[in-house]
Structure formats: C-alpha cells, structure tokens
Design a protein around this ligand. Structure first.
Ligand code: GDP
Ligand code: MG
Length: 451
C-alpha cells in the first residue's frame, strides 16, 4: 500500500514535530496534502473541497481537554479523509443465503481471475465450502490459470475450454452445487472488452446473470485507471442492485486514491481491495482503517484511543445532560452509560468527565461492586424486553425472576439494578424541581440546550 499516498504518513509526522506556528504548519500540511491527492489522481474539485473543510475545522475547532491542538488537527484530517473514502460504512462480506453465488465481471487485465482466487481463499479460510469456475473461453490460458489457482487453494473447479459463457456458468453452478455441495460459488468471466466499452461489458454480465441468478455481482476495477473509475462504477451501480466493487492493484499504482474516491462518489459499494499479486493480498475495505493506515495512525494508536474515549464520553455527557434537563433517565441511557464506562476503563476518570455525575453520587454505589457489577447489570438490561426497557415499572416479581434466569444473575442483582434506576430517577426529579442542588452544574443552560 506504500504507493497510495506514500507521503501522507511523512506529512503527519513532520506536522506533529514541526517548529512552525500552528497556523503555518496547518497551511503547509494542506498544501502538501493537495499535491499528494492530485498526484493520486483524486478529482481536483474534491481535493479543494476537502482542504477547505480541513482548514475551516482546523482554525475553528478547539481541541477537547487533554488533547494538543496538533493532535486534534490529525483527527480532523483523519475524519475528513475517511469521509472521502466512504466514512463509517464497513462492508459485510459474509453470505446472506446459500448457495452464495458471486459473479465477477470487469475488463480484461483488471484482476478478475486473481481476485476470484483471493475470494476463494478468503471464504475458505472462514469455513465455507468454496467452488471456483470460469466462463472465460476467450483467452486459451484462462482455463488453466484459474484451475491452477483452485488447485493451489484446494477447492473444486469447473470450466470448459469452449462454448457459450452463460451455458458454462449454468453448468458450473449445477456441478459445484450438486457434486461438491459448495456453499460459496465464485464465477470468473472473460471481460474481453476494454475501458470505455462499459455497455458491452455490462451486456455480457447481464447474459450470464440471467442464466445463473447470482447472489452478488462484483465488478473488478484496476486502480491504475484513477478517477476514470467513476464512469464505470456509476454505470455498473445503475445496472445492478446486487453489485459491489473490488479495487485491485492498490499496491502498484499512485492513482489508487483517485479510483477509490471516484467509486465512493458514485455511491457504489467497495467491498474489497486487492493490494498485491499473492492470493492473500485481499482485504475487506474499511474506509476508516484504510485512512488510519495511510496517515500512519497505526503507529499513533494511543492517539486514536484518546479520540475514541473523547467521543464516547461526549455521548455519555450528552445523554446525561438530557436526562438532567428532563428530570428522568431511561433504562436505555443507563445501559449506554454502563457500556461506555466499561469500554473506557478506569471508572473514576470517566465519571469525573461527566458533569453532575460524580456529584449525584451515582458512582459510589456502582464502584463498590466494580467491573463485575457492571457486567451483571449489562447482562440484565440485555435480557429485558422492549416494553420493560421503555417502562421498568412493569417489572414485577415474576419478571424479576425471569430476568435473573435469562441473564444468569441473581434476583438480588436484578433488584439492585431496579433500585438504582429508581434512585437515580428520583434524584433527577428532585433536581429538576429544585429540591436538590448541584454544585457546579448550570441547570438552566442544560435545560435550554436540550429544548
Ligand atoms: P483478468 O484478466 O481480469 O482476469 O486479470 P488477472 O487476474 O489475470 O490479472 C492481470 C494481472 O494483474 C496479473 O498479472 C495479476 O498478477 C495482476 N494483479 C491482479 N491483482 C493484483 C493486485 O492487487 N496487485 C498487483 N500488483 N497485481 C495484481
Ligand atoms: Mg481472467
């Protein structure tokens, strides 16, 4: 992956170490970032919009406590780049039904046959019974190429050296299904048409698709075509609702960034990326992970952890502020808080981050039982029905017993949680009525914000 945005990682570390003023450093970072993006063939307009957003946030946003301004800038760049490459969508590569039939299409040389092998290995490693087939009768060596890959991986193979591709595909599915009981079937095609001839490529795809009714059609795109990938992905996306995309050769070209961002812009789903010639060189495309890597955040993991903790405690705070404003807290909020506390580790620290929380003395009771109690309350809440979550007052004696059994805890644990729920709600109510005062919490502000 070194050639895709090879320099950005260096930019980040020199930014963090630079002796320039913050503003100067931001400006030179953005300048260099633009150069790198344009070199990677990312659309110029997109590059300028991206840098404008980064700059605006960089000058406007105040980092949260405990975070250096420069660190926060890296977080901004991380967010904005992630957005460019698809944001928080992480694809689900697992079969939704059986047999799961994947039809691979794409122009010749894009990496279809290699990707067929990579996918076969990917699914085989995860315990599926995979079968490989080719309908490529166009190139004489195509049959042998995939057959050999199938042998290397150790999965059944079906192919014919001549004939009608749609008919071969139909027979391949029948054979792999009936004789080998495959549950994931991957069909490679010829894709004899070059770029710019999308229509004929899609026609070929349609004929085969009609014959075998694939579960998923995967378009293979060679990343070296850069932003030209836009047209192809767009047409493909319009043609099939069951399509996703693999971008290959991200290891071998500087234009991969252009291809990725262009495909994301069409709204098509990038499911996998290929970054090498070996069968192992395939990964599920996760935009955030991808960006973390090009930014070199893998080395700055603690920084990422810090950001995550901040986001999480922000969410906890927001929920609590709302609860204070409303004068009540729901079981769902409590659940969310317990989960966050668990994720964030040291209880005290987190609770202190939340205004009002420590003063409400919510912490102390909970702290006594530590981790174990939190686990047990989480388990109990997870056993609740929607009705119970919405209105815990309906939890009578028999429901208490059911919850205890369902969560593998004791009746006492359930009672304790319900008492806690009532106590905290009573406090919030008193607070709202002004019967209880909290030092350091400006309730009028909280009320206004939630309104
Ligand atoms: P097809 O014509 O679409 O079936 O393409 P092939 O699978 O035969 O691949 C064409 C060439 O691209 C071969 O030399 C492959 O080794 C190479 N290739 C495929 N995927 C990748 C990749 O992710 N990285 C690199 N570096 N080469 C790849
Ligand atoms: Mg091929």
């Amino acid at each position: 992956m070194t050639t895709v945005f090879g320099k950005i990682r260096d930019l980040v570390s020199s930014f963090l170490r630079s002796s320039e003023s913050y503003e100067e450093a931001v400006n030179s970072f953005i300048r260099e970032l633009q150069k790198e993006m344009i070199k990677a063939d990312v659309n110029v307009k997109v590059v300028f919009e991206l840098s404008a957003r980064i700059k605006e946030r960089a000058l406007k946003e105040e980092p949260p406590e405990g975070v250096l301004r420069r660190e926060w800038f890296v977080k901004i760049v991380y967010d904005e780049l992630s957005r460019l490459f698809g944001g928080d969508v992480a694809p689900d590569p697992y079969p939704k039904s059986f047999p799961w039939i994947i039809l691979l299409v794409g122009v010749q040389g894009s990496g279809k046959t290699t990707t067929a092998g990579k996918l076969a290995l990917f699914y085989k490693k995860r315990g599926y019974r995979v079968g490989l087939a080719t309908t490529d009768t166009y190139r004489p060596a195509a049959y042998d190429q995939l057959k050999q890959i199938a042998e290397t991986i150790g999965v059944p193979f079906y192919g014919e050296k001549s004939g009608d591709p749609a008919e071969i595909a139909r027979k391949a599915v029948a054979t792999l299904l009936n004789e080998y009981s495959c549950d994931v079937i991957i069909i490679d095609t010829a894709g004899r048409h070059g770029y710019g001839k999308e229509e004929s490529l899609l026609m070929e795809m349609k004929e085969i698709a009609e014959a075998i009714k694939p579960s998923e059609v995967i378009l293979v795109i060679d990343s070296s075509i850069g932003q030209k990938a836009y047209e192809l992905a767009k047409k493909f996306n319009e043609w099939t609702p069951i399509g996703s995309i693999v971008i290959t050769k991200l290891d071998g070209t500087a234009r991969g960034g252009g291809a990725l961002s262009a495909v994301v812009a069409t709204g098509a789903r990038i499911k996998f990326i290929g970054d090498g010639e070996k069968l192992e060189d395939l990964e599920v495309f996760n935009p955030r992970k991808f960006v973390a890597r090009i930014l070199g955040l893998g080395d700055l993991e603690s920084l990422l952890e810090k950001f995550k903790a901040i986001e999480e405690s922000d969410e906890v705070r927001k929920r609590l502020e709302r609860a204070i404003a409303l004068g009540r807290i729901s079981m769902r909020d409590i659940y969310h808080q317990l989960k966050s506390i668990k994720k964030l580790g040291p209880l005290r620290k987190v609770i202190d981050l939340v205004p009002g929380f420590s003063m409400l003395k919510l912490g102390d009771d909970m702290l006594k039982g530590s981790e174990k109690k939190i686990d047990s309350w989480i388990a109990i809440i997870e056993s609740m029905t929607y009705d119970e979550l919405d209105d815990p007052s309906i939890i009578d004696r028999s429901r208490v017993r059911r919850l205890a059994i369902g969560s593998g805890r004791t009746v006492n644990d359930v009672r304790e949680l319900l008492n806690y729920y009532e106590l905290i709600n009573k406090m919030l109510k008193d607070l709202k009525r002004g019967k209880l005062r909290l030092k350091g919490v400006d309730l009028s502000r909280l009320g206004g914000e939630a309104g």
